[in-house]
Design a protein around this ligand. Structure first.
Ligand SMILES: [Zn+2]
Length: 533
């Protein structure tokens, strides 16, 4: 018996077998039974079949955010959002606003700051002391979540009392006089500070996470590739949500492997594969070969404008390759954060040298890559996972932003080569890297086509020849996101789980501006509404 039939103006199934003129989907027991024109689908209805009609809308497969940090973000997205701050004056004004909202003399927290807002001033905590006074412990997590700025009082509370630079570029930055600037680079140093922050309670975190996933479902996300298992209570939080209902979003969780991960921990990560609940499971592992361009920790073939960027997060990098081979032999897919041209090259060469026929491996971010490396990715079935809004939100076409300035014009011209990746034949999954960028898939698909921040009128495109087509953008959130993890899903076809979205316009026939304004009317996971109706 058919549980529900969803009818719209059209179905964009992304399945080649879908008949011409399809505008209806029949669902039973959480699965798709038939896709076709309503004249063929409606006769399948029985007395108990629910009819859901959105006459002018489009039915598409459920959207997959291929790079997200929903649990990790709970600890980052705290306090004042600075994601709309672009200038120093705006930063001061935002902090003054935040001071009113977070009154008192305890921790002041903010997140999402693009360092370009310092407009050439030294990156540091002077602005925190200026606005909040010398005594207030305050901490800003930068937009890329790979560095932070702590006030002098915060550094004191965390016991960070002298500058230090580790061989991988991480550490606590000092100025010419050897005084701490408050800029903390990369996770090991940030964690020292974060341990001093007030803890959130478990039940608060459960409620926050459930709310966040519901917000994701409301914009059409039915699944996410979670690129960390950093929070010790992450699996408990998910189990707690499933104890009283279903997760609004399916989560595929890939824990980190770092240079510090021991052989025993590697064995434990292999043993952890497949663990989870009804809609979440541990699958794959996540590496970092480098850090970020803005932080000077991207691994580059030649130094950036500050003379930085010559080291990998792994020393020697061959130790990374050895770990990847270990996981590949165990049948565990890997994903590696690689941003600088040398980092991307090293990872691509490592993956290309693996024995053929194994599990799919992916490279995350790929911010500036050379021609032969893109070709290598395409020729070897390596999966590319990219985040178009990292480009459109932070890179300016005139090169005046931090990312472009550090890399210089030649490397900046190779920004986020999404179209070249597709031309190479590679799988290209798209995502947000939430909370590094907002998770709204419509903005990401719009920017991927416009190569500019479509939400800000008049913004100029960055490397416009790298624009994706509407179909490629949608594939990045559906079929290619599934292929990125070795699945043939992301299509509306009989037998597939009924994960689908009804959206108020046709994503394959909308301008980027139109796409940005898309409104999701209904999201189904396993045939059950997670948003809308
Ligand atoms: Zn990430």
């Amino acid at each position: 018996m058919i549980d529900a039939i969803v009818i719209a103006a059209r179905v964009r199934s992304l399945a080649p077998e879908t008949p011409e003129g399809a505008d209806a989907v029949a669902i039973a027991d959480g699965r798709i039974v038939a896709v076709g024109p309503r004249s063929e689908i409606l006769p399948l209805a029985g007395p108990g079949t629910a009819l859901v009609t959105h006459p002018t809308a489009t039915i598409i497969p459920g959207l997959v955010d291929a790079h997200s940090h929903p649990v990790f973000s709970l600890g980052i997205v705290r306090g004042l959002s600075l994601t709309d701050v672009h200038t120093y004056d705006e930063l001061v004004a935002a902090l003054e606003r935040g001071r009113a909202e977070q009154a008192g003399d305890e921790w002041f927290l903010a997140w999402g700051l693009d360092p370009t807002a310092f407009e050439g001033r030294p990156l540091g905590n002077a602005v925190l002391q200026e606005v909040l006074g010398d005594e207030r412990p305050a901490y800003i997590t930068m937009f890329d979540a790979h560095s932070g700025i702590a006030s002098a009082a915060a550094l004191a509370r965390a016991g960070i009392d002298a500058p230090v630079t580790h061989p991988d570029g991480s550490g606590a930055v000092g100025d010419q006089d050897g005084k701490l600037t408050g800029h903390l680079i990369e996770f090991p140093t940030m964690e020292i500070l974060e341990r001093a922050l007030p803890e959130l309670g478990f039940s608060d975190r459960v409620a926050q996470l459930r709310g966040l996933l519901a917000d994701m479902a409301a914009v059409g996300i039915t699944a996410a590739h979670v690129m960390d298992l950093q929070d010790a209570d992450a699996l408990d939080l998910l189990a707690a949500i499933e104890a009283s209902g279903e997760l609004p979003v399916r989560l595929r969780i890939s824990p980190w492997v770092t240079p510090e991960t021991t052989d025993d921990e590697v064995a434990a990560l292999i043993a952890l594969q497949g663990h989870g609940g009804r809609r979440y499971r541990v699958e794959g592992v996540k590496f970092f070969i480098d850090g970020t361009v803005e932080g000077g920790t991207a691994w580059l073939a030649s130094p950036d404008a500050e003379g930085e960027g010559l080291s990998s997060a792994w020393a020697p990098a061959e130790a990374y390759a050895e770990r990847v081979r270990r996981f590949d032999r165990a049948g565990v897919p890997t994903a590696t954060h690689a941003i600088g041209d040398q980092g991307i090259r090293f990872v691509a060469e490592t993956l290309a040298a693996l024995p053929p026929g194994g599990v799919p491996h992916r490279i995350e971010h790929i911010e500036s890559a050379e021609d032969d490396v893109i070709a290598l990715i395409g020729a070897n079935g390596i999966v590319a996972s990219m985040q178009p809004t990292h480009c459109t939100h932070h890179v300016r076409s005139d090169g005046s932003d931090d990312w472009s300035r550090r890399l210089g014009p030649e490397r900046a011209a190779r920004a986020w080569r999404t179209a070249d990746v597709r031309r190479s034949g590679a799988i290209l999954a798209l995502g947000s890297d939430w909370p590094v960028a907002p998770f709204d898939p419509w903005e990401i698909m719009a920017d991927a086509q416009g190569r500019r921040r479509v939400a800000s009128a008049g913004s100029a495109p960055v490397a416009p020849d790298q624009a994706l087509t509407a179909l490629q953008a949608l594939e990045g959130y559906t079929t290619h996101a599934h292929r990125a993890v070795g699945s043939d899903g992301g299509r509306l076809a009989p037998g597939a789980p009924a994960d689908l979205v009804v959206v108020d316009r046709d994503p394959l026939d909308a301008s980027p501006e139109d796409l940005l304004a898309a409104r999701v009317l209904l999201t189904l996971v396993d045939g059950v509404a997670t948003a809308g109706r």
